[in-house]
Unconditional design. Structure first.
Length: 340
């Protein structure tokens, strides 16, 4: 298997490492816009990896493309610009499976619109295969398997991965939030709806707020009967006050330990019950593992259908996917306690 990894920052670098250590992979081609970064990553991975400047002909003979870089073109260095799906469209037209770490609403909406193209070319486009969305979608699908009817899904996340993730987190707090409520989309102000969410230790309880998060866009199509889907992100008062401004200082190359929490409410054996799953890890590490396993499954035909969708919609066997992530060091936990 030959895999091209576009963007080898905190998540993409880990994805390349996970792929290079997989028996199915014969070659990993790494590309990055930062001079020298791809060469450094390739040297660390050994003979299975090669560094190349990005060009479309790298897709010739490739089985999968992992996009771990933003799909927006920067405008004069200030925030995101126009959505550019050229790379993804080229891969799909060539019949190459694509896995993206995209978590911004504009990116996710744009990628989901490529569903028809992916289906026509008989390939898979995995949208949002990071820590959250991504790992959170797998947790939601796994938790839902214990219910006859899924009524509500509530996602919360804390922490960021590399600089691109930190910038997206910063922007999201100032953007309009999108919730799913009783069969319709509801828009809410970013930074509103404070809720104390409990994550696995040592993160513990954090105040979480609505934000411009794409989770509902990926979860709603995966659960036909779901009535409510929300997503929140942990933030401090300073985070909320500065969300409308450019970041005052460059983000750290990789964030601290983060966490995700997924609460699924539904009906089982005639009663209403709640399941809460979570995970704690460095977001870049967890995202890299999700990207790599998604690419391997996409090529091996491990998903239930072709087309563009999130992992909650594509996975038929979430338990097996979680088992593979656990084998690679990324593990989930079950909340055991009282949920109001």
């Amino acid at each position: 298997m030959r895999v091209v990894v576009l963007g080898v920052g905190a998540a993409g670098g880990r994805a390349a490492r996970q792929l290079a250590s997989s028996a199915e992979v014969s070659e990993v081609v790494v590309c990055d816009r930062e001079p020298g970064r791809a060469d450094e990553v390739a040297r660390s991975l050994g003979p299975v990896a090669v560094a190349e400047p990005w060009r479309a002909d790298l897709l010739a003979g490739a089985d999968a493309l992992v996009v771990a870089a933003p799909l927006t073109t920067a405008l004069a260095g200030f925030g995101p610009g126009a959505l550019d799906l050229t790379v993804v469209e080229g891969a799909l037209e060539a019949g190459v499976a694509v896995v993206t770490v995209a978590d911004g609403m504009a990116e996710v909406e744009g990628l989901l619109r490529l569903d028809r193209m992916a289906r026509a070319n008989g390939t898979v486009l995995v949208v949002g295969a990071g820590f959250g969305p991504g790992f959170t979608d797998v947790l939601a699908r796994h938790a839902a398997s214990g219910f006859e009817v899924v009524e509500e899904i509530h996602v919360a996340k804390a922490g960021t991965g590399g600089p691109a993730c930190a910038r997206q987190h910063h922007r999201a707090l100032g953007d309009e939030a999108l919730d799913w409520r009783d069969g319709a989309w509801a828009r809410r102000a970013g930074g509103s709806g404070r809720e104390l969410c409990w994550f696995p230790d040592p993160i513990g309880g954090r105040d979480c707020y609505r934000a411009g998060l794409a989770d509902a866009l990926l979860l709603v199509p995966a659960f036909a009967d779901v009535r409510r889907v929300t997503a929140r992100v942990a933030a401090t008062r300073r985070d909320r006050l500065t969300a409308a401004l450019p970041m005052l200082r460059p983000p750290h190359p990789e964030g601290d330990v983060g966490a995700v929490r997924v609460e699924v409410r539904g009906r089982r054996a005639g009663s209403r019950e709640v399941t809460v799953l979570g995970a704690i890890d460095r977001p870049g590490v967890a995202a890299g593992a999700v990207l790599a396993v998604s690419a391997l499954w996409a090529v091996a035909g491990g998903f239930r259908r072709t087309g563009a969708a999130g992992l909650a919609e594509l996975l038929a066997e979430p338990g097996a996917f979680l088992a593979e992530l656990a084998r690679r060091g990324v593990k989930a936990a079950v909340f055991e306690g009282m949920t109001p």
